[in-house]
Design a binder for this molecule. Structure first.
Ligand code: ATP
Ligand code: MG
Length: 361
């Protein structure tokens, strides 16, 4: 019975450093979860990306990769190490940023949840940060000025932030929609006391969108206060904020939940989604079978959930759930990589997750 089975093509961009270890491991885990839940089959398109693509295609993000991505509903993006590329390939916007911009992936969704068996400053944390990904204070994302920073004289540097009602509206809708699937609460993070026009427009627009979601409670907190509340243990559900605040708060929340090695994220537009671990390429441990693949596994699970909703394919949602349960069962059993104080290698950890993915039906 093929009812609800999907047949999807997804991209694989391994990237650099530990990406070449954790991304192939993630493909195996996803395939196993799809198989175990009879969710269908994924055809993986491996696309040149990163330092190896400079060797083979003369660019870390070759045109053929960009073209292929246009036609795909989703992909796995491995961490990449822009700083290690030869000078002529080192761009101000790293390839990941170029991809987010090119495909309009405006929402960066970063959950922070502690895992059993993983030491955490905030074992009770369970929030999702929804970060606006296309504008705000980040010069390289600035659509009006090209570069939002400039120097009127050699001794004065200035930065321009761009906030549009359109971008605020769509990120607010993402946040409220997500809150409806969780605990029905959205907290808008801003700094409207000192930036009343830019972050004020963000806040005002989120409030307006809130009227479309009468079942969701909305409140707002200044970004500085939110940093303190997150550490102290405030109980939040979905936090929506502009680009830079979201960048900073999601690293804070990720670290509070345990470690960089477990922090997952998904970048989305209306039509495409990209799974990306929150950490970098970790060149210090690359190639040594020591990387923690959890962040990439959990990001892939987010991608499957997103695809499941978009395709109306419930089984794929079960595959995502299967991955999360297998990871949780593995950490609960005390199996962990060295960044979490454990002894398992990347491949040992992966084999454990694979066995658990296959075990339950
Ligand atoms: P980027 O600029 O790409 O964010 P970065 O230098 O800020 O890179 P990471 O590459 O994330 O940071 O590495 C920071 C530290 O965390 C390193 O010591 C790295 O070994 C460790 N680390 C990051 N990700 C993992 C992982 N998945 N497993 C184990 N250790 C990790
Ligand atoms: Mg970093």
């Amino acid at each position: 019975d093929d009812e609800g089975m999907v047949d999807l093509s997804l991209g694989v961009l391994e990237g650099d450093g530990i990406g070449r270890e954790i991304v192939p491991a993630t493909v195996r885990v996803v395939d196993a979860a799809m198989r175990a839940t009879s969710a269908g089959a994924i055809t993986w398109q491996k696309l040149p990306f990163g330092a190896s693509a400079i060797q083979t295609h003369g660019s870390p993000l070759p045109p053929e990769t960009q073209d292929a991505l246009s036609d795909l509903p989703g992909w796995l993006l491995g961490p990449h190490d822009n700083a290690s590329y030869p000078a002529e390939f080192r761009t101000m916007t790293a390839p990941g940023g170029t991809i987010r911009k090119r495909y309009g992936l405006y929402a960066n969704i970063r959950p922070a949840v502690a895992l059993p068996g993983v030491r955490s400053v905030r074992p009770d944390i369970d929030v999702v940060i929804v970060r606006e990904n296309t504008e705000g204070f980040y010069a390289d994302r600035n659509m009006f000025t090209g570069s939002g920073e400039f120097m009127p004289t050699k001794d004065v540097a200035m930065a321009v932030a761009v906030v549009t009602r359109e971008a605020c509206t769509r990120i607010a809708r993402t946040a409220f929609t997500l809150a409806r699937q969780r605990r029905n609460r959205v907290t808008v993070v801003h700094k409207a006391n000192v930036l009343p026009l830019t972050t004020g427009l963000f806040l005002e627009t989120c409030r307006e969108v809130g009227h479309e979601f009468p079942g969701v409670r909305i409140d707002d907190v200044h970004v500085d206060a939110m940093a303190a509340h997150l550490v102290r243990g405030g109980d939040y559900d979905v936090i929506v904020t502009e680009n830079m605040f979201g960048d900073i708060l999601s690293d804070l929340a990720g670290e509070l939940s345990g470690s960089l090695g477990i922090a997952a994220s998904l970048n989305t537009s209306e039509t495409q989604a990209m799974a990306q671990a929150a950490h970098g390429a970790a060149p210090d441990i690359a190639g040594r079978n020591r990387a923690n693949p959890i962040a990439m596994f959990m990001s892939a699970a987010m991608l499957l959930d997103w695809l499941a909703q978009r395709e109306g394919a419930a089984q794929m949602g079960r595959a995502a759930q299967r991955i999360r349960r297998a990871v949780t069962a593995t950490t609960t059993a005390g199996i962990a990589t060295s960044d979490l104080g454990g002894l398992a290698s990347t491949s040992e950890f992966t084999e454990n997750v694979l066995a658990r993915v296959a075990r339950w039906s």
